[in-house]
Design a protein around this ligand. Structure first.
Ligand code: GDP
Ligand code: MG
Length: 596
């Protein structure tokens, strides 16, 4: 298809504003999916995605559309809808010339929409504003059309009104996509340059790489090259998703399709990388490529020590399909053998732990999520700390932590509460802007370490669920950060060490010491629980001693009962961890870590 007849677009929407439903209607109206095989949310393939109604992996689909006596090809590129995957969002946007800004006509704009809209504007995309769900009795299109026009300019009357559910207005939207979104531009005669905007692992086909061709052409059967690594691959198959995979002879300027090279690991075909012809390679990659960088780290431990090998195998498998997942073995006094795992964010962490339990049937415990700190020791050496227990000892001249720019949208009555929360989390206000008479966007810089620590839950509860949050990393900053250790009878319990601001050290220390006092059973001797910064004790709790002699109770009783008791004790011991002389049931550690 000549580039003049191609339109590449994505849909920007907040979760639940109806992106998947609208995509379904487009598939039907363009005849891409027959009515008899149509099912709701046709493109959301992963079970987890369906259940939680979130899109984790983006997808591309090619649809024909006939308007003004001409045939066009519309490529719809689905973007993941969560902050954790903002890099993937930015790459999918970079593959398009336009974006449909889809807003629920009963809800208005949310932080996620806004963050992605800013990204789209930065990428120079043509924005088509659309209000969805106009069939709802609660829909207030007039009001939200004003809000949108206020934000992106233009006439409120120009905002399209549709219902993905009933199909109303969807044809007009397809026509407008053809009309308003520019055709792709590129150099047909240059060496091929195609951007990878998604890379998906498929058990049967290996890694399926989705690309958008910018210059030149990729032809079936030729060899291709990845620009970031210079690695050459055989091209086993090339095609388009319409939406089922369909082989093609080539992909030319502006086209969107998939490549299969037989590689087994998504790391060999990374989002953001440029694909070129191996025989006549382009010298320069397309702009914007970055290595996926884990932002949040947590220790993952099997609850049954015997599951360690299974856990490693499961992580190895997940890694094949997730280039952002990183891990290495680690051991903990409290939890035994496990892994330190790097994630893009909290949702990513949740998705992985949930998949481990569902798909691999593993019971695991995760330590409190932490970010990466750079600790500079007096000798000028920088230590990259992803596990608080590895924080360097001795004098530290500086500690730096990752900072994000957060955007929070709230109804105006909650401004005070949100500001209070952000300030208690070391945030500083950048700006406050009214999107409409009722709704405000607050922009803050905040340490990421404060956000991974129940910020989202706090925000939701303080605003009765009305606030929405989005953030992007903007660099590192130094602050007065210290490591707090928790000691049981003078022995450090590594899984509880945390890096916190000096002002919060005491409250973290007392909270943990108290939790452990309640959870650890009494011993034959008194057990002090202390919180410390270096050698300095900042909080203390005590577990009082008991004289525990279970056998005394059945003195003179029958011998089999005694034996049973002894065996029961032995059984219990297996699940005990020794911290110095103190016996702690693993349950207690797990409960203390999960906060219940
Ligand atoms: P996504 O999270 O943006 O992909 O949203 P979905 O397409 O999954 O839709 C979220 C919810 O809104 C679902 O319960 C849909 O049935 C519902 N929904 C989507 N579009 C419409 C619409 O046009 N009208 C109404 N009444 N409900 C809709
Ligand atoms: Mg969806």
């Amino acid at each position: 298809t000549p580039a003049e007849r191609i339109r590449n677009f994505c849909i920007i929407a907040h979760i639940d504003h109806g992106k998947s439903t609208l995509a379904d209607r487009m598939l039907q109206l363009t005849g891409s999916v027959e009515d008899r095989v149509m099912r709701a949310q046709y493109l959301d393939k992963m079970d987890l995605e369906r259940e939680r109604g979130i899109t984790i992996k983006s997808q591309a689909v090619r649809m024909p559309w006939h308007v003004n006596e001409e045939d066009f090809i519309l490529n719809m590129i689905d973007t993941p809808g969560h902050v954790d995957f903002s890099y993937e969002v930015s790459r999918s946007l970079a593959a398009c010339e336009g974006a449909v800004l889809l807003v629920d006509a009963a809800q208005g704009i949310e932080a996620q929409t806004l963050a992605n809209l800013y990204l789209a504007i930065e990428n120079d995309l043509e924005i088509i504003p659309v209000l969805n769900k106009i069939d709802l009795p609660a829909a207030d299109p007039e009001r939200y059309a004003e809000e949108i026009a206020g934000l992106i300019g233009g006439d409120p009357e120009d905002v399209l009104r549709v219902s993905g559910k009933t199909g109303m207005g969807v044809e007009a939207l397809l026509d407008r996509i053809v009309d308003r979104i520019p055709a792709p531009k590129g150099d047909r005669d240059a060496s091929a340059r195609a951007m990878i905007f998604d890379s998906v692992y498929d058990t049967y086909r290996g890694v399926v790489t989705y690309v958008r061709v910018v210059d030149g052409e990729i032809r079936a059967g030729e060899k291709i090259q990845m620009i970031s690594t210079g690695a050459n691959h055989e091209l086993l198959e090339l095609g388009v998703s319409s939406p089922e995979p369909k082989k093609a002879k080539g992909l030319a300027v502006g086209e969107v399709g998939y490549l299969i090279t037989g590689v087994k690991d998504v790391r060999q075909s990374k989002v953001g990388d440029t694909v070129t012809n191996a025989t006549k390679p382009a010298t320069e990659g397309l702009p914007g490529y970055v290595e996926p960088k884990p932002m949040v780290f947590s220790g993952l431990y099997p609850i049954e020590a015997g599951d360690y090998t299974d856990l490693r195998e499961a992580l190895d498998k997940l890694k094949l399909e997730d280039a952002a997942l990183n891990y290495e073995p680690e051991t903990s006094v409290a939890l035994g053998f496990g892994f330190r795992v790097g994630f893009l964010g909290l949702l990513h962490l949740e998705i992985i732990t949930e998949r481990l339990s569902r798909e691999f049937d593993l019971d695991i415990i995760t330590t409190a999520p932490s970010v990466t700190y750079d600790a500079v020791t007096e000798d000028g050496v920088t230590h990259h700390v992803t596990n608080p227990s590895e924080f360097p000892e001795g004098k530290i001249s500086e500690v730096r932590e990752p900072i994000v720019r957060a955007s929070i949208l709230v109804p105006k009555e909650y401004i005070g509460k949100v500001m209070e929360l952000c300030e208690s989390r070391r945030g500083s206000l950048i700006s406050m802007e009214y999107l409409s008479e009722e709704r405000v966007e607050l922009r803050y810089t905040l340490p990421l370490g404060e956000i991974v620590f129940d910020f989202f839950d706090q925000l939701k509860s303080r605003t009765q669920g009305y606030a929405s949050l989005d953030y992007e990393p903007i660099g590192d900053q130094a602050d007065d950060l210290v490591k707090v250790d928790i000691l049981l009878q003078g022995e450090k319990v590594d899984a509880f060490s945390a890096i916190v601001h000096r002002d919060s050290a005491y409250s973290y220390g007392t909270m943990m010491a108290e939790r452990l006092r309640k959870l650890i059973p009494r011993q034959q001797f008194e057990v002090p629980i202390q919180a410390a910064i270096g050698a300095r004790i900042i909080a203390r709790e005590t577990i009082r001693a008991i004289r525990k002699d279970v056998l005394a109770k059945c003195y003179g009783g029958d011998i089999s009962r005694k034996r049973k008791l002894l065996e029961k004790q032995k059984e219990g011991k297996k699940r005990m961890k020794m911290v110095g002389r103190v016996e702690v049931p693993q349950k207690a550690f797990i409960a203390a870590l999960s906060g219940d």
